[in-house]
Each structure stands twice: as structure tokens, then as C-alpha cells.
Design a protein around this ligand. Structure first.
Ligand code: BGP
Length: 487
């Protein structure tokens, strides 16, 4: 008997702006990621908010050109035995300016063909409605998610999706890693469409131009929009299930010094619970006012918003809780401790754990810790919608990609999932991040590869885009086919 439930959703995950390309194809409007340049682990990405600059390389413009390779790619996922494929739709493919009267038929058809083909292949699509994507024209005209007018514009887009894809898609996520909106700089741009006035590096925290109050109002508007979308989705098709999506991290105190333990609790609140509580429990946590005060928001204004919208937040709780998990995070109040490079979380180097080439701590047991903590807290089904290893892949002497390090990473994480399930966690599925090589969100590189499928393209955009199976492709095929028994 398998340790994983029958119908467990094994699969892979992607995001439109990181793999679709076709950034101006068939009438699509510019989206915020279309004006974000490439970077590296040491050199931040820059945003050119006014628009696309000549002679400048923007990784999203072609990405891996799923726009023209979608059938071939889905066939490869089917060959691996995917039960589920997570992808996102781009608002600006339907409504190029975000507030257009009528949608573009080409945008509707593009995704419809994909969903139909997924069905033919026995693959359940899991659709993220907003994955770090926002029509650039809306940022220019309305400012971003801090403007409440965005809520209804977005709900027009979600209604279109729920209606057009009824019967083809039943699993939805509203906002990718919504909790990143709590991070200055990166959170404002990627999550909330709130942009600086001129070209700026994208920082993880500490952005001079960033206004915390705008971010917290923006997040509140997203909570309301997400709750209304849950109600809309259920009304249009009772089969629909809508989840939240949180950038998850297990937060450990560096020492048993009470200050460090409290710092870990604080990190849990900031990254994991602030948004998760509103979306999964339907109300702000009791500590929200202190949190707003500590993060530079206007407490009275936030309290007024929370009270005004309490009913809708309660009514529009999500059906399931999804999250990304790459690493754990170690925190301390001791300023002398060395900072790790870390993904979104920074944090201190954990002496018991190794890190990836990009400085992300590798911690499979942290995944179990996270699963069990979050399930205790919310007691609704969970789904891991991102997890994986970003690494440099090089051809072996035989010309093939032997990515045993990736297999090892995933195997250890899946083992921990099995234990969490044994402990009672209701886990719906696992979509590994970047199942086909794609553009890195944090650095804009192609060199940071996650895929089971190699794509011939480099950081500067060179390559013929052909696809190749890596060793992990055949390994994951066995995982999918044996429902997680053969690791
Ligand atoms: C998450 C994002 C994804 C993805 C992933 C890996 O934060 O939801 O979009 O990119 O991280 O990150 P990176 O691409 O920076 O390696």
C-alpha cells in the first residue's frame, strides 16, 4: 500500500512570466515583469518602470517560449506521468491594459487550448491567477494594489477565467506567495504592482522608495479580492476549489536564548502567518495591530479597513492552503552572526545544514516541520506547490544531464512528506518547481535550473530552445507512476 493517498497530485509548477515568452504576442499588453532586467546572485535585477528600453535584455520577453512549445512540453509532462500541472495565466493577455472593456479572444483561446490538452493527457491544471504579474498600464494609471479600484478590475478577470474555463479547471490559487507583499522593494513590485518612479534595483527589503502603508493597504485589498474570488468561483462552479499560496519557511531560533526564540516566532508571524491567517482563518490575527506598528503601517487606518471588510474575509476563506518550500531560515537577535544569502528570507547560516549554490539552505526535515505546524494551525487540506533545487547543470561525458543532486534533494523532501502524512497531515499533492528549466524569479538567470527537462538557453538569451530529458525526468516518472513508493 502506498504511503501517499490515492489520487495524490504529483506534478510540476511554472509561472507565466518565467516561461511563457510571447510578451507582446497577439495583442498582449506589457506586464510588470516585462520591464525587469536580468541579474545574478550578486547583482540585483533592475526595473525600468517607464517601459521597455531599447537594446536591453528582459528575460520574460521570450523566456523558454512555452507560448510556441506548449503542446510539446505538456506531452513531456504526460510522459513523466504528471497528474497535475501548475501554471499561471497573465492578466495582460486577456486585458492588455488591465481595465479594457472587452477581453482579447486570443488570450482566452491560448489558455483554453492548453487546458483542453491537459485534459486529454489526464493532467489536472492548477491555475495561479496572479503569479508576480500585473498589467504595467494599471501601475501607471492606478498606482498598484493599494488602489481599491483594482479589486473590481481583477474580479472581472477572475470571473472571465472561472466562466471560460469551467469544466476544464477546478483548482485555483489567487495570489502567488502573497506574503512577499510584506517585504519592502521586491514585495511591492512583484506582488503588488507598486513601482518606483525611476529605474531601481530590486531589493529584498530596505528600499528607500518603498512606502510600508501602501504595501499593507495593497495586501488588504488582495485579501478582499481573494475572498471575493473564492465566493465567485464557488458560485460559478461548485466543483471549484480555491487555495491561498504562501512563501513558506521553517523558522528556527539560532539558540535557546529567549530573544532568539521570540525572533523565530516573529519571523513565523511575518512570513507565514500574517497572510495565511487572514486567508485560511478568515480574520486578521490578534497581534496584527502590533505587527502593523512595527512594520511602519498606520494602525488606525488598517484597523478601520480590517473592521470594514471583516465579513467578506470571513465568508471567503480558502478551501485549501498551498505553499512553496525551499529552505529553512535561522534567526537570531545577535547582530554579529553572519548572514546567509537566503532566498526571500535572509537569515543566518545554520551550522547543521548545507546550502545550494545560491545560498538557499537545504532542509528536508524543515518541510515536515512546516507541514505539521501549518496543518495543526489551519486544519484544511495542504498542497506543496513549489519545492526544488536550483543548480547549474552540466553535460556529462556522454553528453547527457546526470542531475543526481536534484534527485537526492527531492527524494529527501518526499520522504519527509510521507512522514507528515503518516502523522495525519491532509496533503493533496506536490508540484515540484520549475519542472522544465525556466527563468529564475530572484535573479533572472537561466543558469539557475530546476527542471526535469533541460532547455537550451543561457543567461544572455542564446540557445535554440530545444528540450532534453535529464536523469531526474526518468526518476520522477517512477515516482509518479508508483504514487511515491519508488523514490
Ligand atoms: C518562488 C516563486 C517562483 C520561483 C521560485 C524559485 O519564490 O514563486 O516564481 O521562481 O521561488 O525562485 P528562483 O527562481 O528565484 O530560484
Amino acid at each position: 500500500m502506498s504511503r501517499f493517498p490515492k489520487g495524490f497530485l504529483w506534478g510540476g509548477a511554472t509561472a507565466a512570466n518565467q516561461f511563457e515568452g510571447g510578451y507582446d504576442a497577439d495583442g498582449k499588453g506589457l506586464s510588470v515583469p516585462d520591464v525587469i532586467m536580468g541579474g545574478t546572485v550578486d547583482k540585483p535585477r533592475f526595473i525600468t518602470p517607464a517601459g521597455v528600453k531599447p537594446d536591453t535584455y528582459y528575460p520574460s520577453h521570450e523566456a523558454i517560449d512555452f507560448y510556441h512549445h506548449w503542446k510539446e512540453d505538456i506531452d513531456l509532462f504526460a510522459e513523466m506521468g504528471f497528474k497535475c500541472f501548475r501554471l499561471s495565466v497573465q492578466w495582460s493577455r486577456f486585458f492588455p491594459n488591465g481595465d479594457d472593456e472587452e477581453p482579447l479572444q486570443a488570450g482566452i483561446d491560448f489558455y483554453k487550448n492548453i487546458f483542453v490538452h491537459c485534459k486529454e493527457c489526464g493532467i489536472e491544471p492548477l491555475v495561479t491567477i496572479s503569479h508576480y504579474e500585473f498589467p504595467l498600464a494599471l501601475s501607471h494609471k492606478y498606482g498598484g494594489w493599494d488602489n481599491p479600484a483594482i479589486i473590481d478590475l481583477w474580479l472581472k478577470f477572475t470571473k472571465l477565467c472561472f466562466t471560460e474555463y469551467k469544466g476544464l479547471v477546478k483548482l485555483w490559487l489567487t495570489f502567488n506567495e502573497i506574503n512577499c507583499g510584506t517585504i519592502a522593494g521586491m514585495g511591492a513590485i512583484y506582488g503588488l504592482g507598486i513601482l518606483p518612479e525611476d529605474d531601481q534595483p530590486i531589493t529584498f527589503g530596505n528600499a528607500e522608495w518603498d512606502v510600508p502603508q501602501r504595501r499593507f493597504v495593497g495586501l488588504h485589498n488582495q485579501f478582499v479580492a481573494s475572498a471575493k474570488a473564492v465566493l465567485q468561483a464557488h458560485e460559478i462552479d461548485p466543483e471549484n476549489k480555491v487555495g491561498c499560496m504562501i512563501a513558506g519557511s521553517a523558522n528556527y531560533p539560532y539558540s535557546c536564548r529567549p530573544d532568539d526564540v521570540l525572533a523565530a516566532l516573529e519571523a513565523d508571524r511575518q512570513f507565514n502567518f500574517y497572510c495565511g491567517d487572514v486567508q485560511a482563518r478568515g480574520a486578521y490575527p490578534a497581534w496584527a495591530p502590533t505587527y502593523w506598528a512595527e512594520h511602519g503601517a498606520d494602525v488606525d487606518a488598517m484597523k478601520a479597513l480590517a473592521e470594514r471588510d471583516a465579513e467578506v474575509l470571513k465568508a471567503g476563506k480558502v478551501d485549501f492552503y498551498s505553499f512553496s518550500y525551499y529552505q529553512s531560515n535561522t534567526v537570531s537577535t545577535d547582530p554579529d552572526l553572519t548572514k546567509g544569502k537566503g532566498n526571500l528570507f535572509g537569515g543566518i547560516q545554520n551550522p547543521y545544514l548545507e546550502a545550494s549554490a545560491w545560498g538557499w539552505t537545504i532542509d528536508p526535515k524543515g518541510l515536515r516541520y512546516y507541514l505539521e505546524t501549518v496543518y495543526d494551525r489551519y486544519q484544511i487540506p495542504l498542497m506543496i506547490v513549489e519545492n526544488g533545487l536550483g543548480a547549474v547543470d552540466e553535460r556529462g561525458e556522454d553528453g547527457k544531464f546526470h542531475d543526481d543532486y536534484r534527485i537526492d534533494y527531492m527524494k529527501k523532501h518526499i520522504e519527509q512528506m510521507a512522514i507528515a502524512i503518516e502523522h495525519g497531515v491532509d496533503l493533496m499533492g506536490y508540484t515540484m518547481w520549475g519542472c522544465i528549466d525556466l527563468v529564475s524569479a530572484s535573479t533572472g538567470e537561466m543558469k539557475k535550473r530546476y527542471g526535469f527537462i533541460y532547455v537550451d538557453k543561457d543567461n544572455d538569451g542564446n540557445g535554440d530552445l530545444h528540450r532534453e530529458r535529464k536523469d531526474s525526468f526518468y526518476w520522477y516518472q517512477k515516482v509518479c507512476q508508483s504514487n511515491g513508493e519508488e523514490l
